[in-house]
Design a binder for this molecule. Structure first.
Ligand SMILES: Cc1cc2nc3c(=O)[nH]c(=O)nc-3n(C[C@H](O)[C@H](O)[C@H](O)COP(=O)(O)OP(=O)(O)OC[C@H]3O[C@@H](n4cnc5c(N)ncnc54)[C@H](O)[C@@H]3O)c2cc1C
Length: 458
């Protein structure tokens, strides 16, 4: 009888759990899957907890994109179909000396027609005139791998600073003047045609406009990782918590020995689904050069402040899903979500407004601030933006240190070098997760699936 293939997955975030799920649901061959997690819980940066009288309010991700199949299909496959819901279509704003509705007809901030900025109060007449020139400009040939550089060059400063940077920046906690264009494929694809605006228009016309754009389980995003974990355990996987992997070495029979806090595991294949900065030391013995490259991967830190604001303090006019703050206007807060407007199921028993404020981004240190300072700075920003004096009836601070990998220019070229090196020095050791090919939950699940296929095919 052939002995089962032994696969060790490092990290029980969505990537590690989804990799185990793909492995176990794709093959009929006997496999042993062990997921080793350093912390005492599964989910990584996905966490939901009781707040404001509700059972689950997300402390991190609150929605996944459902126009791409990965997360949505996984959620349905693990039995969450009936619990999926979508945000209300209440629009959102950009704060720039006041709240301005985010124009419609955009591709991640890139205008898909002239109307999308011509009628907006967000831009000056000069900014609009500059942006309107874009379709007339010659093709950009000196494409630097930097979103800010390319968008400024095509549309001018205002579209970059007031639309693209806040929209992309809020997804990646990024400064798009130091962020790879290639790693945001929706925008990179627009560079294939002469005009980005015309390319965005043509892409949008082919995108189905029906069906929800985002989804989330009503029990909180953590219920997705819980359901995946339950399913993989039913299929025979072991998830071992409090077992930080400390070292990986080759064994004599061309397999690997994985050392962790509470023992060792033999493995024929390993999936490193831990963030790059944690993965770097694990590769030191196997591939010092790959390890050194990964140790330089930069990750931004953010703090999520959740507030329950009594309805009596809330302005009736604030009916949207929230707002983004462009870099030139930022003090501390980068984005604010009016959660109870956005999600019908975030209606608290006493009708308080659940507000989630994101503080910090790439280049702005927030981790050294004390809790009191974070609360005071956020409340001061809310007063400045909305002219309301918030005295929250409940407050929750979630710190997410080094949680957003930053894809610096030429990210994919560096990743290709690392993976090519690993293929030679450490065959069957794979990298997957937010540090590499997309940080959204769907991109993590897609990487998990691709990694599982690669292992099973080899
Ligand atoms: C505040 C916030 C809001 C977000 N909002 C959204 C959103 O709305 N929609 C969306 O799609 N995405 C969102 N994201 C992004 C998305 O949640 C993450 O990119 C994704 O969950 C990362 O999953 P992962 O499994 O790759 O990594 P992680 O979740 O970081 O998991 C990695 C795991 O590896 C473990 N680990 C590390 N080192 C070791 C070791 N040596 N041994 C064993 N285990 C180890 C860690 O403890 C962790 O559990 C958000 C992220 C944050 C932080």
């Amino acid at each position: 009888m052939i002995p089962p293939q032994r696969i060790v997955v490092v990290g029980a975030g969505i990537t590690g759990l989804a990799t185990a799920y793909s492995l176990l649901t794709t093959t009929t061959q006997p496999i042993d899957v062990v997921v080793l997690e350093s912390s005492s819980r599964i989910g990584g940066v996905i966490r939901s907890s009781p707040f404001g009288g509700l059972n689950a309010v997300d402390e991190g991700a609150d929605a996944f994109l459902s126009r791409v199949p990965w997360a949505s299909t996984l959620a349905r496959d693990v039995g969450l179909a009936a619990s999926l819901t979508s945000p209300r279509a209440v629009g959102a704003h950009v704060w720039h000396n006041g709240l301005h509705p985010i124009p419609t007809d955009l591709m991640l901030g890139v205008p898909a027609n002239i109307k999308s900025f011509a009628t907006s109060g967000l831009f000056s007449s000069r900014g609009k005139a500059r942006a309107a020139l874009e379709p007339l400009l010659p093709r950009t040939t000196d494409t630097k791998d930097c979103i800010g550089y390319v968008v400024r060059k095509r549309f001018g400063r205002e579209i970059q600073e007031l639309l693209v940077d806040p929209l992309v920046g809020s997804i990646y906690a990024a400064d798009t003047d130091n962020f790879s264009l290639e790693s945001v494929p929706q925008i990179a694809a627009l560079m294939n045609q002469r005009s980005m605006l015309l390319a965005a228009r043509s892409t949008r016309s082919k995108t189905p406009s029906t069906g929800p754009i985002f989804e989330s389980p009503i029990g909180g995003m953590e219920s997705l990782v819980t359901a995946v974990a339950k399913r993989i355990q039913e299929l025979g996987a072991q998830i071992i918590l409090d077992s930080a992997v400390t070292q990986i070495e080759k064994s004599k029979d061309s397999a690997y020995v994985v050392h962790c806090a509470n023992g060792t595991h033999s493995a024929d294949a390993i999936v490193l689904a831990s963030p790059a900065r944690h993965t770097a030391p694990l590769l030191w013995q196997l591939d010092p050069i790959a390890s050194q490259h990964l140790s330089k991967w930069f990750h931004a830190s953010v703090v999520m402040l959740t507030l329950a604001v009594p309805r009596s303090q809330w302005k009736h006019s604030l009916t949207s899903a929230g707002y983004l703050v462009p870099k030139p206007d930022q003090r501390w807060v980068t984005a604010v979500s009016f959660g109870s407007n956005k999600w019908a199921h975030w209606k608290t028993p006493d009708d308080a407004m659940i507000v989630r404020a994101s503080v910090g981004r790439d280049g702005v240190d927030t981790q050294s601030l004390a809790d009191d300072a974070i609360i005071n700075l956020t409340l001061a920003d809310l007063k400045h933006h909305l002219d309301i004096d918030v005295v929250a009836q409940e407050t929750r601070i979630t710190r997410w240190p080094e949680s957003f990998p930053q894809y610096r220019p030429h990210h994919f070229a560096r990743l290709a070098e690392i993976e090519a090196s690993l293929a030679l020095t450490a065959p069957h050791v794979h990298l997957a997760g937010a540090s590499y090919r997309g940080i959204g939950i769907p991109a993590c699940v897609q990487q998990a699936h691709a990694t599982a296929q690669a292992i099973l095919q080899s």
